[in-house]
Design a protein around this ligand. Structure first.
Ligand SMILES: Cc1ncc(COP(=O)(O)O)c(C=O)c1O
Length: 353
């Protein structure tokens, strides 16, 4: 059986490992907006009534995403797990580096799997072009922008791939981190019949605990996904809060600007560390920044920060290369800011690698 991938934000397991209480960590391991959409008081009846279909919720989601053919999910994880079981058992091409639940799902299903280099645009395009030409009956998974590499394919390239795929084959585009650059989304265009788009609610709105996401695609695919969901797969409070968030365009505009500013400030914070470590490759998405390091150095850095109660995300690419992905620190927390600066100083004074 395949082992489930490890994810950011799992404070409980690291707090046991490093013997630091879960409440005392600075968690930079996720790609969530630290200034979440403010949830106001939720009426009691939202909790007491069953969450039947609610036109206000669906219409506000259609307006926000600009597409009508959608299905609400209990997080896009729902669809990521379901799609390998719904789609024809064709070969599948996946990103070598990216949210590992995709790979995990297809491995469980037993499809013939190939990987493309998801950190280099021209190499990735070359491999995907050639693979589709050889396997028109095959599915391709794209994470756009990629988490953690930040690689983002232009929509024209995605359209070309979808056009070259045979009937019954699908281009699955996971746009979990697209809210900062909505103009780069496939949802701005008419959706090709062979395209499935996934959008996660929790990251940009900073409300991962609500568990909400959306799938977009042809009606057959949405029906198949719906059939696999239980009744009331999306809970009432999630629908209530998301309806408010989708309608609040002013919050969305401000949040986009704030996230980009915060991302710049966060990068300044780490500039000294990574320049002293001679790190010359980084990729920024806004909600996280990824730094490429030799594996041994990345592991030492990750471990030292953990020993100080600061959780980063370590993604080991191979024996020689790894990525440290860092989410956004909320700079208004002076205590956290001071602790992070001290930890960077101490690391630079004591590092072995
Ligand atoms: C690229 C990507 N896709 C999908 C998900 C799943 O998110 P959710 O189930 O909350 O929509 C994640 C979670 O981190 C992710 O990073």
């Amino acid at each position: 059986m395949n082992k489930r991938p490890i994810h950011g934000g799992n404070l409980l397991s690291v707090s046991e490992q490093y013997k630091i209480n879960a409440d005392n960590w600075i968690d930079l391991s996720t790609g969530l907006n630290p200034n979440a959409f403010p949830v106001s008081a939720i009426p009691m009846e939202i909790f007491t009534k069953l969450p039947y279909d609610n036109p206000d919720f669906i219409e506000s989601a259609m307006d926000y995403y600009g597409q009508e053919n959608l299905l609400a999910l209990n997080g896009t994880q729902d669809a990521i797990q379901a799609l390998p079981n719904i789609l024809a058992p064709h070969p599948v091409l996946l990103p070598e580096v990216g949210y590992q639940e995709h790979l995990h799902g297809w491995q469980l299903r037993g499809n013939d799997i190939s990987l493309y280099p998801s950190w280099d645009m021209s190499a990735a395009i070359e491999v995907i072009d050639a693979w589709i030409e050889k396997n028109p009956q095959g599915h391709v998974v794209v994470i756009n922008p990629n988490n953690p590499t930040g690689l983002m394919f232009p929509v024209e390239v995605l359209h070309k791939w979808a056009r070259n795929m045979a009937q019954g084959s699908y281009l699955i585009v996971d746009e979990a981190f697209m809210d900062l650059t909505p103009e780069g989304s496939l949802l701005c265009h008419e959706l090709n019949d062979r395209v499935i788009v996934l959008r996660s609610f929790g990251k940009f709105f900073g409300l991962a605990g609500l568990r909400l996401g959306f799938a977009f695609g042809n009606q057959d695919i949405l029906n198949a996904l719906k059939d696999r969901q239980g009744l009331w797969a999306v809970n009432g409070p999630a629908k209530y809060v998301a309806t408010q968030a989708f309608k609040n365009e002013a919050w969305q505009i401000t949040a986009r600007a704030q996230i980009q500013l915060l991302a710049k400030k966060n990068q300044w914070l780490f500039t000294r560390l990574f320049s002293e470590l001679n790190v010359n490759r980084k990729s920024t998405q806004g909600l996280f920044t990824s730094y490429w390091l030799p594996t041994i150095q990345a592991q030492a850095l990750y471990d030292y920060f953990c020993s100080q109660g600061i959780l980063l995300r370590l993604i080991t690419l191979n024996e020689t290369q790894a990525v440290i992905r860092i989410g956004l620190l909320d700079m208004s927390n002076a205590q956290h800011l001071a602790k992070l600066n001290d930890t960077i100083d101490q690391y630079l004074n004591h590092r072995k690698y």
